[in-house]
Design a protein around this ligand. Structure first.
Ligand code: AMP
Ligand code: MG
Length: 529
């Protein structure tokens, strides 16, 4: 139908405040062809018109935060956030960035399937809104610029789940079906199949990545490198007021701090990003690009959900803090032309490990509910005993808050035993080790000031009861494939309060069922999305 030509978009009151595509240099070439884009930070591009868009889900609270709550069910909302129509006075664009993929410099990457629509301001907050899966751009390389329903559901639900877990993250406003069919080879084994196309609207103060700086530095485009750094600092690090080279050094330090904080939070909730390439590292320290991510169920620091990385396990859970540092070194190389002070930059990187230890220990103290009597032995012994047998990380920590100062090790063990995948294994040596650890733990609890009930309350604020387990997202996907969106709704509501008891959702506070152990989408995920 053609009616959209007559839509009155002033009805949807957008407080437009574009900055990126106004203050930074654009690609002069306006054709949508794959190419190397030089001397620019982005290319103007128009989203592809979807065949038959429909809204599956929107995030009500985010819509409100952005000031769009009155429009979520309107035709304008559907048309703008499916890429059907470009709202007047906006100039959509795709960003140019590069990156290190799996440790190797990959050159220009860029927004191959993300299209930035506009920036808006609401209640003193600044938001950039972008579509993911809205068609090809000059950065699409050999791919189609589209996204499928399964990966879009995963991104939409997980972005919001992470936000409510208090992990710094980009958000997801809406999930739409495009009505188009998209060809994908899920297992990369030569068996491609058509899947439903989908579009997610992402929201964040900015989507700038480490890679935006890297591509300019790699091309020795120092003029634009400086422009981009100045732009980023001015809008997103306004607390940096110093001038000269010090300004960029402080900026670097702040990015290090924010990235560190983000990774600590990942380790706290058991999130494994899966593809920590430098093009997937936000310059604001936000979790970005939800692809083959996963949640630790069995506590295994060597686990990665990403089958593409199953050989080297570069992005395994336990390696995330080191990879963040590796990525920060790459960012340092890119910013070096602006800073020019190697000893000062090295100092920042050296301090990373000290800062990490401090913050990691604080985080673990909180998880264990020990304000005074936490020590490394307790931590190291716990890591060792958790690995002896398959133990569910989320259930273990959540139930740990029920242990009392007056408990014996035996009944403490009983209280967390629901976390064991094979309870029959908890005997002899394994059981001895658990009893030993609980004796240590209870002895320390006894020296804590807080009463049991107070400690429990505090622990339950950092140890979530509900996370988006891999099989849960898959159940939502399987239902959505049959046009049943009830699981998406159910999970979304639950994940908004991940630290609450929510007795009506008890069925989701459970170990991964056995059928999910080796199922594609649950234990195995590829980058095909
Ligand atoms: P990722 O590993 O998903 O972050 O993607 C790496 C690069 O590939 C980025 O530049 C993406 O924009 C691009 N890319 C991924 N999937 C597609 C797709 N379906 N079409 C075009 N570009 C894509
Ligand atoms: Mg990416």
């Amino acid at each position: 139908y053609m009616a959209h030509n007559k839509l009155n978009f002033t009805d949807m009151k957008l407080n437009l405040k574009d900055t990126f595509n106004i203050e930074l240099p654009a690609d002069k070439n306006l054709t949508n062809t794959r190419r190397q884009v030089l001397d620019a930070c982005y290319s103007f591009v128009t989203p592809k018109k979807p065949k038959k868009p429909s809204l599956i889900h929107f995030s009500d609270e985010l819509a409100k935060e952005i000031g769009l709550e009155d429009y979520t069910l309107s035709k304008e909302f559907l048309e703008v956030f499916s890429g059907t129509t470009t709202s007047p006075n906006t100039n959509p664009f795709a960003m140019c960035y590069g990156g290190h993929q799996f440790g190797n410099w990959a050159g220009q990457l860029g927004d191959g399937r993300a299209i930035n629509l506009f920036e808006i301001e609401h209640n003193d907050k600044h938001w950039a809104l972008q579509l993911k899966g809205a068609g090809e751009t000059p950065y699409s390389r050999t791919a189609d610029g589209l996204a499928v329903l399964r990966s879009s559901i995963r991104e939409h639900l997980c972005s919001e789940a992470m936000y409510y877990l208090r992990v710094p993250t980009t958000r997801s406003l809406a999930l739409m079906l495009s009505g188009d069919e998209v060809l994908r080879d899920v297992l990369y084994n030569g068996n491609p199949d058509y899947e439903k196309g989908a579009i997610v609207t992402r929201a964040a103060p900015s989507f700038i990545r480490f890679g935006n700086f890297q591509i300019l530095a790699s091309r020795k485009d120092f003029k634009n490198l400086k422009l981009l750094a100045d732009y980023t600092i001015k809008h997103f690090y306004p607390e940096i007021t110093i001038t000269g080279k010090e300004k960029y050094l402080e900026f670097y330090q702040e990015v290090v701090n924010r990235t560190l904080k983000m990774v600590i939070e990942w380790q706290r909730v058991g999130f494994v990003h899966g593809v920590m390439n430098t093009d997937n590292m936000s310059i604001l320290g936000l979790t970005i690009d939800y692809g083959p991510y996963g949640w630790l169920e069995d506590f295994n620091p060597d686990w990665t959900p990403n089958t593409t990385d199953s050989q080297n396990r570069r992005y395994r859970f336990g390696n995330q803090p080191d990879i963040a540092l590796w990525n920060l070194v790459q960012l340092g190389n890119a910013l070096y032309p602006l800073i020019g002070d190697i000893p000062a930059m090295e100092k920042i990187l050296e301090d990373y490990n000290t800062l990490f230890d401090q913050q990691y220990h604080q985080m673990m103290k909180n998880k264990l509910g020990l304000e005074e009597n936490y020590d490394n032995i307790l931590h190291d012994d716990l890591q060792a005993v958790l690995k002896l047998t398959e133990t569910d990380m989320t259930i273990f920590y959540r139930n740990l808050s029920s242990v009392l100062k007056t408990d014996f090790a035996e009944n403490a063990l009983e209280k967390i035993s629901n976390a064991f995948y094979k309870p029959g294994e908890i005997k002899e040596k394994i059981k001895d080790n658990w009893i030993k650890w609980f004796n240590l733990y209870i002895e320390r609890l006894g020296r804590e000031y807080d009463l049991d009930a107070i400690r429990k309350e505090k622990m339950n604020l950092v140890n979530p009861k509900f996370v988006l387990r891999n099989y849960m997202a898959q159940l939502a996907i399987d239902a959505a494939d049959k046009e049943d969106y009830s699981v998406i709704n159910e999970l979304y509501s639950m994940l908004k309060n991940p630290y609450d008891e929510q007795p009506h959702n008890e069925k989701w506070f459970a170990k991964r069922p056995d059928w999910a152990r080796h199922k594609v989408g649950c234990s195995m995920l590829s980058c095909s999305s």
